[in-house]
Ligand binder design. Structure first.
Ligand code: GTP
Ligand code: MG
Length: 449
């Protein structure tokens, strides 16, 4: 059982409990402890967290929040605090990557490069690992895959020399990343080498690359690197292949060196900026609820009736509001994905252009109120009448009806999921979720039965 599943099980206990009393809390905390220890989180940290949850759990819930919701929130917040995470710098100039053998530095060099490149930066990498024989070629390939500039001097053994030449060659890039050699341990030789590279390179960011499989040992390593060369950020790699990732994350957070990125595979795109909320939400199977709610805050769906939608009573009025909302939220598929529901939106509805939306609006305006509320009334003569009134072709009306039916079908499927999947999410039903999206109710991370 992975960390996410184990934590979810603990949360489910709160939902399943008849009454919320001291025993329930104790049991939940025990489950959480088991989950964290299983992920190699250090015991002392687990105990601190347990205490924190216990202390906060019995404080009165905020207005509008049930005791259950309060406890879930308290637990979730404590977990987020424990995981830490800080936004990675948006304007780094020179990033030096360091770490032990096989940590994933050379791979990360390409990943970091692509990450910033995608955000409009011009990026180059320097191959300052003059230790491993094929390091030059490996980084060259990674740079190519990432679409960033590369510099190295084949056969050169003096890393500082390479760095100096690289800085001159890559001048004009917004960001320069420097790969360095690893060793089996942080010995004097490695410290000396990294210091040498750094004095030639002048890093404003020194990031330690560390494998998730280190688990809570990551703490010692991060501390040692920090003491020796002054690390200010961490990249945790191989999050895809180790159950100890949680432990590594927590350990790094404790050293005060923020985890900026996590690497989740060998490909250059398997890389994400680390955010505790998102991470936790995802591993626990809640989808990126926080991210969704953030987006939803900006949305105004005044006329949308979630209950009606969920009953399957989707009509043209609601349909139009829904389209408008979809438009504001960005691709709805992404939204659905964030919720972890695994449902696909009809492509046409997601990619609908502004023009088409306007056209739909005009058509819906030309309907009678009855037609808007009861789409089943639609027949040939009505279609012809609406088309005339709206100054559109019959096909346009038929297309709207087609889109409408697709959306209706999708909501039906949502409803089916609300009975299974949403329970897992801790949501009472999708209707409530839509209400949350509307911002009508207080934004809560989870809604419980
Ligand atoms: N599954 C998985 N593999 C990874 C990840 N990051 C790196 N790797 C693999 O780990 C191995 C070592 O990665 P490198 O980037 O060469 O590590 P390094 O720190 O540069 O190693 P040295 O230069 O020898 O110190 C490679 O086979 C990578 O493909 C990751 O996030 N997930
Ligand atoms: Mg390397």
């Amino acid at each position: 059982m992975g960390l996410g599943e184990a934590l979810r099980k603990a949360m489910d206990k709160i939902q399943g409990a008849g009454a919320i009393d001291k025993d329930t809390i104790k049991e939940v905390i025990k489950e959480i402890q088991r989950a964290l220890i299983g992920a190699n989180v250090d015991i002392a940290t687990v105990m601190t967290l347990s205490k924190k949850i216990e202390e906060r759990a019995f404080k009165p819930a905020k207005e509008g929040m049930s005791q259950r919701e309060h406890i879930v929130k308290v637990t979730y917040d404590a977990l987020v605090e424990m995981l830490g995470g800080k936004e990675n710098p948006s304007e780094p100039k020179r990033i030096l990557l360091c770490g032990l053998f096989g940590a994933g530095k050379t791979t990360a060099a390409g990943k970091v490069g692509q990450w910033y490149k995608k955000r409009g930066k011009k990026v180059g990498v320097i191959a300052a690992d003059t230790y491993r024989p094929a390091a030059y070629e490996q980084l060259e390939t990674n740079a190519k895959n990432a679409g960033i500039a590369f510099f190295g001097i084949k056969g050169e053994k003096d890393a500082s020399k390479v760095v100096k030449a690289g800085l001159a060659e890559l001048e004009g890039n917004d960001i320069i990343i420097c790969d360095s050699a690893g060793r089996s341990g942080l010995d004097d030789e490695l410290v000396k080498e990294i210091k040498g590279i750094d004095s030639a390179f002048g890093a404003d960011e020194k990031w330690l690359v560390i494998g998730a499989d280190m688990g809570n040992l990551a703490k010692k390593q991060a501390q040692a690197f920090h003491k020796a060369i002054g690390v200010n950020g961490v990249i945790i790699t191989r999050m895809d292949g180790s159950s100890k990732g949680g432990g590594a994350l927590v350990a790094c957070n404790e050293t005060g060196a923020s985890v900026y990125f996590i690497s989740t595979g060998e490909k250059v795109g398997d890389f994400e900026s680390f955010d505790a909320n998102r991470f936790l939400g995802r591993i626990m199977g809640y989808g990126d609820l926080e991210g969704l709610l953030e987006k939803a805050k900006e949305i105004d769906m005044e006329n949308l009736s979630p209950e009606e939608i969920m009953k399957g009573n989707l009509n043209f009025k609601i349909f139009y509001e829904q389209l408008k909302a979809t438009k504001k939220m960005g691709p709805l598929n992404k939204v659905v994905d964030m919720l972890g529901l695994g449902v696909k939106m009809p492509k046409e509805a997601m990619e609908m252009g502004q023009e088409k939306m306007e056209s739909f609006k005009i058509i819906i305006d030309s309907m009678t109120e009855q037609e808007r509320i009861n789409p089943d009334l639609m027949n040939r003569s009505r279609i012809e009448r609406i088309a005339k009134g709206a100054g559109k072709k019959d096909e346009d009306i038929r297309e709207l009806i087609k889109q409408f039916k697709k959306m209706k079908k999708m909501f039906k499927r949502f409803r089916g999921m609300s009975e299974k999947g949403m329970k897992k999410m801790g949501e009472k039903d999708l209707g409530q979720m839509v209400q949350q999206m509307q911002g009508k109710k207080a934004m809560k991370k989870f809604r419980l039965k």
